[in-house]
Design a protein around this ligand. Structure first.
Ligand code: DSN
Length: 415
């Protein structure tokens, strides 16, 4: 993939874009929130729809000339309804965080209460971190995972909900490797007479494919991003019932956003069409099988997995027991040097700073897109463990780097 037209006007940016394509080809993308969108999705996102203002919704726009924008947005909505079975879908949120903002604007007044999972236990900034708008505008309390098992403690969640009396309970997480029991979160929300927002940003594709239980029809609101386990390009999405449809639409536009990014809506439409193909279910199942294989390799090498394994696309590794002197940042840096790109991550009961925490998080969605199977993911797990064991050993670094090069060559991404 080259960028000839960009090069003709801006060689510096063209160099960076070409280099980014090479970087993605030459390294293993294991940041659990990343994936490789298809060239069809990239083309849609790079289309002339970037020029079009289309405030409003299909058939009810504030500008003329929206007939093709309408068609694209209707296709995205219809396909999303088919994928997730929701009554009402809004495909305009620019991101998962703005999808969450739309739900908060719909359900909360400033000062109202959010109950969500603690960030260091796997939550997300937009679930009420003090540095995020949600933490500044609303009163926030957190539930946690069980320190022994690493699983959500649903009893504690229910008790905290009864004590804190939230207006909304948030489920859905960024670094939680286990299947979420949305019914039990709903019970806690019901006990507090609160709304339930299920933020499935990480598992949107797994839910669409039926390899993770769906919160649609259980939670009042379901939000997601469209570029993680579903490969529909950057963006957010909200699903809800007819009851909340008008309020959600008004919260996104004009409530929280101006003109929708129609080129991104086109990317969503194309990515959703791809996900409706039967192969997508197989892809999503393989993501989870690959994550299990990766986790098995970690455990066989003596690394500790939070919750002892995974039901999803990611594994979270707590380095404190096996490598007390190694921080997540040390591991992330040493792995990046050999072409394995994952992220340092806080772990439940974190004892270090979020800037240099005690864990690493690794996902298999992007590797699976490249055709990695369980054996290849086990090999990647072994390679990661070798680097974590001996980050400074030149021989180990050379061997791992060579193996990464071979795996990348065997699994090309773009033409
Ligand atoms: N930044 C994303 C993640 O890595 O989980 C979530 O927004």
């Amino acid at each position: 993939m080259h960028h000839e037209r960009v090069r003709a006007v801006d060689p510096a940016v063209a160099d960076a874009l070409d280099a980014e394509v090479s970087r993605q080809h030459d390294t293993l993308a294991m940041i659990a929130s990343e994936n490789h969108a298809s060239q069809a999705v990239l083309e849609a996102q790079g289309s002339a729809l970037t020029n079009k203002y289309a405030e409003g919704y299909p058939g009810e726009r504030y500008y003329a000339g929206c007939e093709h924008a309408d068609e694209v947005e209707r296709l995205a909505i219809d396909r999303a309804k088919e994928l997730w079975g929701a009554e009402h879908v809004n495909v305009q949120p620019h991101s998962g965080t703005q999808a969450n903002m739309g739900v908060y604007l719909t359900t909360l007044d400033p000062g109202d209460r959010i109950l969500s999972l603690d960030l260091s236990h796997g939550g997300h900034l937009s679930h009420g971190h003090p540095a995020n708008f949600a933490g500044k505008l609303y009163e926030v309390a957190h539930y946690e995972v069980d320190p022994e098992t690493g699983y959500i403690d649903y009893e504690e969640l229910r008790e905290t909900a009864e004590e804190f009396d939230p207006d909304i309970v948030v489920s859905g997480y960024s670094a939680y490797p286990r299947a979420v029991d949305f019914e039990r979160v709903q019970e806690a929300a019901d006990a507090a007479n609160a709304y339930h927002l299920a933020d499935i940003a990480h598992i949107t594709g797994l839910v669409a494919a039926g390899v993770h239980p769906s919160p649609v029809g259980i939670a009042d609101f379901v939000t997601g991003s469209t570029h993680k386990t579903i490969r529909a390009g950057r963006g957010g999405i909200i699903m809800t019932s007819e009851e909340h449809a008008d309020a959600i639409d008004a919260a996104i536009f004009p409530g929280g956003q101006g003109g929708p990014l129609m080129h991104n809506v086109a990317g969503k439409a194309v990515g959703f069409a791809e996900a409706l193909e039967p192969e997508f279910e197989e892809y999503a199942s393989r993501i989870v099988e690959n994550a299990r294989a990766l986790g098995d390799a970690f455990e066989a090498s003596g690394l500790t997995l939070v919750s002892g394994g995974t039901d999803t696309h990611l594994v979270l590794c707590d380095l404190r027991e096996s490598h007390p002197e190694t921080t997540g940042g040390d591991a992330e840096g040493a792995l990046e040097d050999v072409g394995i790109v994952l992220n340092k991550n806080t772990v439940p009961g974190e004892t270090r700073s979020p800037f240099n925490p005690s864990g690493i998080r690794a996902g298999t969605a992007a590797l699976t897109t490249r055709g990695f199977d369980e054996a290849a993911c086990r090999e990647v797990g072994d390679l990661i463990a070798r680097i974590v064991d001996d980050p400074e050993d030149a021989d180990v670094r050379g061997e791992v780097s060579d193996a990464v090069d071979r795996l990348c060559e065997e699994h090309p991404i773009y033409e």
